[in-house]
Design a binder for this molecule. Structure first.
Ligand code: AMP
Length: 284
């Protein structure tokens, strides 16, 4: 496994590859867990060379967010990636990736407006810009993103379509802990009691799925069932909403079955840790 610590090193490696080699990319911010590794595994058999980027992207953090304290576990990340047969780890410094004078950013599409876009202004602009730059430097045939960050996956898909970026975007299912909590690098911020309360998030989304089984179910029925599960927890909820593919929160009186590919989305804070999750409502 090679380390490419600069954009130039990655471009040199990419340029040395035979044209017939297919390349896959998994963008990450490190502190890797099984969710990240499942995205690497999704590339097996699809590509000849696997690149994983580890880059905590300053552009997607607001000044009050956790950029400085975001967990960094580079050595153990590299050991895990080597064991998965990854070919290249791309780990540039912020100053190499964004040299002095950097100023151009991607203007994000409508799917970025609500949910995370509302609570983290500038976040998706930072995500889309880092992804486009990763794609330019790596020139992958395929890039994989997790459904854990479903809105991010849709923002990247839309950007790639609109800007004619010549690669395929693949979505990977959310990998969960035994009690259902979605794996996340931020879970390590949780205290023991917060960690116990956090298991209520997937249970709430599951309660929403149960309510959505009724063919007459309304969005309000689904969200109130889900909210009831979180009532006994100290979560400060940013949103608990349902939307179709447009990622616009649907009004409470909307019939679930009138939405295209409806999903339920949660974001909230417990203590100082912000968690997000989402699930398909199983209606297609
Ligand atoms: P991050 O390092 O948090 O930026 O995540 C890097 C990639 O891993 C993103 O595409 C995430 O959606 C994906 N990811 C994060 N957590 C999970 C999970 N529990 N299951 C599947 N993919 C995940």
């Amino acid at each position: 496994m090679q380390l490419a610590e600069t954009k130039q090193a990655l471009q040199t490696w990419r340029g040395s590859l035979d044209l017939s080699r297919r390349v896959g990319l998994v963008p990450t911010m490190g502190c890797l867990h099984d969710g990240h590794l499942s995205l690497v595994r999704a590339l097996r058999g699809r590509v000849d060379e696997i690149v994983v980027s580890i880059f905590v992207n300053p552009l997607q953090f607001a000044p009050h967010e956790d950029f400085d304290r975001y967990p960094r576990t580079f050595d153990s990340d590299c050991r895990a990636l080597e064991a998965e047969g990854v070919n290249v780890v791309f780990c540039p410094s912020p100053s190499d990736f964004y040299p002095a004078g950097f100023q151009t950013k991607v203007r994000v599409p409508d799917v970025a407006t609500h949910f995370e876009g509302e609570f983290r202004p500038g976040f998706f602009e930072g995500v889309a810009t880092v992804c486009l730059k990763l794609f330019q430097n790596c020139q992958p045939h395929v890039a994989v993103f997790g459904e854990k960050d479903y809105q991010q996956l849709q923002v990247v898909r839309t950007m790639v379509r609109d800007l004619d970026v010549p690669l395929q975007i693949l979505g990977g299912a959310t990998i969960r802990e035994a009690d259902g909590l979605a794996m996340s690098s931020r879970n390590r911020y949780l205290s023991e009691s917060e960690r116990a309360f956090a298991a209520a998030v997937p249970k709430a989304l599951q309660a929403g799925i149960e309510a959505a089984r009724d063919v007459r179910a309304l969005v309000g029925d689904v969200t109130s069932k889900a909210l009831a599960v979180l009532e006994a927890t100290p979560f400060k909820i940013d949103y608990l909403d349902v939307s179709g593919v447009d990622l616009v929160p649907a009004p409470a009186e909307t019939r679930i079955r009138s939405l295209a590919a409806p999903r339920i989305f949660f974001a909230g804070k417990i203590g100082t840790t912000r968690l997000i999750d989402n699930m398909s409502l199983g209606v297609f």
